[in-house]
Design a protein around this ligand. Structure first.
Ligand code: LLP
Length: 439
């Protein structure tokens, strides 16, 4: 049985309806495959994080990690819901600024921001640069000096946490390309260097321990370590840092195996641990405390709709239900063995009768969307829906096999608005050039 999220229902035609829009009609109007974003659910998620972390903490801040799903319309929603934005590239920064996000509420993360990106961030007057390594400290100091600026910055710390999630989305361990570890002494050394840098205003520390983390205890252990490190910094360097950012990583429901905790429960648990740790160390509670949720804002709000093209049963082996998208719009199974549920949006009351694998249309055996899932008997022409597709799917889409990126619509109250146009064949040759000798 598939779990329904947000405004999903079954309408009188026995079709899946999202935001009051019939999924089968959406495909007819906007084409297939199609990503459907439930505006109401995105807003509810924004509000839950706002309530838990902005209203729940003195100096609380929530920066939507827009890498999960980034476009002008999404940034507008984040703005309207009073969230900040976490960006990791010039492209994301450009999008955020173009959408009208207040630069002061933009944080810039990343392990290797290019000099051009750093300059752009400084020129734009963004809120915080989250510095990753020694090279970047020196680069930022020199560049800010040249530009006669003194940007606010945090240092990305490696707390040494082994988060229980797929190894490709774990980032809190010592051996990681992100940040500097407490355990090796490099974190303290870097804090000292940043504190002494003439053109950097070191405000605090940051960490992000991984993604799709379901247990609250991983976050509370991290909070404890980070608070302890702030006290250590004061002890060793005499610096009382006023800001702490714990990143994102809050897991969501993909299948019945996942039981995520609501933001308010996570915030409460983290708040308790932080209060205790700071009190024990006689350290003032940070003036600014931030988190950076991405997946948990948009993941459940997105549904991918595909059209079934063929069904192949291999006796004694497996049934393949092939759809008109694949790893080009969702590489998550190929990358992280991700799991999903599914349904046929045009026959919602059909019972699950088969166990099948949903295959994409790319020329690659690994191009699978779901392995061995219970589903109704599918046939060509059916509309196959994969819920929980709002995060890191469209955002990671590619043009492999010269497949255009799908369209994305935002649905609400029976209206569907196109927020990302489908790539056309002309779009696919837009960057191609033919040198003279080939003409
Ligand atoms: N902050 C930082 C510094 C991050 O690197 C990330 C995600 C986030 C916040 C937001 O994490 P979230 O709340 O969304 O878990 N493509 C992978 C996920 C990669 C996450 C990268 N960093 C996936 O599809 O599962």
């Amino acid at each position: 049985m598939m779990k329904f999220h947000g405004t999903m229902t079954i309408n009188q035609h026995d079709h899946l309806s999202i935001g009051g829009c019939d999924a089968v009609e959406l495909i007819r109007e906007f084409g297939s495959p199609l990503y459907v974003m439930d505006e109401e659910l995105i807003r509810l998620n924004c509000r839950a994080f706002h309530k838990a972390f902005i209203e729940g903490f003195p100096g609380g801040e929530v920066a939507y990690a827009c890498k999960a799903f980034s476009c002008l319309a999404m940034m507008r929603i984040a703005c309207q819901e009073d969230l900040g934005v976490d960006v990791v590239s010039a492209g994301e920064l450009y999008t955020a600024l173009a959408a009208g996000v207040d630069p002061a509420r933009i944080d810039f993360n990343g392990n290797n921001k290019t000099p051009e990106e750093l300059r752009y961030a400084l020129q734009s007057g963004i809120g915080r640069i989250i510095v990753d390594n020694f090279t970047e400290i020196a680069r930022l100091d020199a560049m800010a000096g040249e530009m006669k600026l003194k940007p606010k910055a945090l240092l990305r710390i490696q707390p040494g946490i082994d988060a229980h999630t797929h190894k490709h989305i774990q980032t809190g361990k010592v051996d990681s390309k992100f940040g500097l570890a407490i355990g090796t002494g490099q974190a303290l050394e870097a804090v000292k260097m940043m504190g002494e840098a003439a053109n950097i205003e070191l405000r605090g520390i940051h960490c992000h321990i991984g993604s799709q983390i379901l247990g609250i205890d991983t976050f509370t252990r991290t909070a404890e370590i980070m608070a302890g490190f702030m006290a250590e910094v004061r002890g060793s360097l005499g610096l009382t840092l006023p800001e702490l950012n714990l990143g994102g990583g809050y897991g969501i429901y993909y299948t019945h195996e996942d039981s995520p905790s609501p933001p308010e429960a996570i915030a409460e648990a983290i708040g308790k641990v932080l209060a205790g740790a700071f009190k024990r160390n006689d350290f003032p509670f940070p003036e600014r405390f931030s988190v950076e949720p991405g997946r948990s804002i948009v993941g459940n709000a997105g549904t991918a709709l595909y059209t079934v093209g063929s069904v192949k049963h291999i006796p004694g082996f497996r049934t393949y239900v092939a759809v008109d998208g694949g790893m080009t719009d969702n590489p998550r199974l190929a990358l992280y063995q991700a799991k999903y549920e599914t349904c046929l949006a045009n026959k919602m009351s059909a019972p699950d009768e088969i166990v099948a694998s949903v295959a994409g249309k790319l020329c690659e055996s690994g191009d699978m969307l779901i392995r061995d899932v219970s589903m109704p008997r599918a046939e060509a022409g059916d509309v196959l829906a994969i819920p929980n597709s709002g995060a890191y799917q469209y955002a990671m889409a590619s043009n492999y096999n010269r497949i255009g990126k799908p369209a994305v619509v935002l649905v609400s109250g029976g209206d569907a608005s196109l927020i990302l146009r489908r790539e056309t064949l002309e779009d696919l040759i837009r960057y191609d050039l033919v040198p003279g000798h080939l003409k």
